[in-house]
Design a protein around this ligand. Structure first.
Ligand code: 8YV
Length: 326
């Protein structure tokens, strides 16, 4: 690529981002912003597509194959977030487009969320709080008994960085940890189970910490929920797509599952309205990594990836390393 082409290299923001990150992209990188609306997007691409070499996006939006092919000089998709299931990684690989994410910096926060959600779901703290606020403690007396967390049997689907951090925390609660993963984790102290159904059958609580995307779509289906059973709990801090949401709602409605703690949903921010009435369900608005500290660390890592790509053509935390450009 000659100097003249480089001088028009542009960074493009795709989808909403943390406001401070969007401000930095505009101020420091003179980034363009892809319009949301179709007609405006078409006109925008006609004018700017040839200049764009780098996209910054998040797991909420991502870059699909169509947008990738509309950006002929695209070299990297920099993703704010560890999950990159909204970006077509296969298409990126084929085109030599690099993809980065923000691993490690959010592991502790998301694992904290998983454990908090698990305790809240089994002990019904959020429902107990509503009970007090509604004046029911004085009117009706003690809250009904709930389920002990310490020493329960936990199954984790996806023993990656976040799954491992959840396992470590729950081990300190005396829980027995079993897991299912794409492949057995070498030297893991936890018991590997071949299928999600067998795992669900053996545990009191099933925690989903697997990546989203087509490989895990509806991995937790009606059969897995039935295996978990009427005394079993489901916790999901990964992606809504990993669960058959309709099957989950049916199992909860019919008392075939004891409860569920959900930070993620199939079509966020839409949440099945039937769940609103259930006190054995805790609903969070996808806040797993949402602390000031962790989001600042994610922002810094996003910018490190961007700077590295702009100066060397490589990425700091690649999912796919960009092809060398000449
Ligand atoms: C973020 C997440 O909320 O990192 C992820 O994969 O789901 C969360 O940390 C999200 O990516 C921000 O768009």
């Amino acid at each position: 690529m000659g100097t003249s082409a480089r001088s028009i290299d542009r960074v493009l923001q795709v989808g909403p981002l943390k406001p401070s990150l969007a401000d930095t992209l505009a101020a420091r990188y003179d980034a363009l912003v892809l319009p949301e609306e179709d007609a405006a997007r078409e006109a925008f691409l006609a004018e700017h597509a040839d200049a764009v070499t780098t996209v910054v996006t998040s797991g909420r939006t991502g870059v699909d194959a169509a947008l990738m092919s509309a950006l002929p000089r695209l070299g990297a998709v920099i993703n704010f977030g560890v999950g990159y299931d909204t970006t077509d990684v296969e298409a990126a690989e084929l085109r030599g487009v690099g993809v980065s994410n923000t691993p490690d910096v959010l592991t502790d926060c998301v694992a904290d969320t998983a454990v908090g959600l698990l305790i809240d779901t089994m002990r019904q703290f959020s429902a107990s709080d509503r009970y007090v606020r509604a004046g029911r403690w004085t009117a009706e007396g003690s809250y009904p008994l709930t389920r002990q967390v310490s020493n329960t049997r936990v199954g984790i689907i996806g023993l990656g960085r976040i799954g491992g951090a959840i396992a470590k925390r729950l081990s300190a609660f005396g829980c027995t940890i079993n897991y299912h993963n794409r492949r057995r984790v070498p030297d893991s102290p936890y018991r590997y189970v071949d299928t999600p159904v067998e795992l669900a059958r053996d545990v009191d609580v099933l925690v989903i910490a697997a990546a989203g995307g087509s490989a895990t779509s509806k991995l937790v289906d009606a059969a897995v929920l039935d295996a978990l059973g009427a005394q079993g709990y489901l916790i999901n801090i990964a992606r809504g797509s990993v669960v058959d949401e309709q099957a989950l709602v049916s199992a909860l409605r019919e008392g075939r599952l004891a409860g569920a703690g959900l930070d993620v949903f199939a079509a966020e921010p839409q949440v099945p309205a039937e769940l609103f009435e259930m006190d054995n369900v805790v609903l969070l608005p996808h806040v797993g990594s949402a602390t000031v500290q962790t989001r600042a660390a994610m922002e810094a890592l996003t910018l490190r990836n961007l700077d590295e790509f702009l100066s060397t053509g490589q990425l700091v935390t690649p999912v796919v390393q960009p092809a060398a450009r000449v």
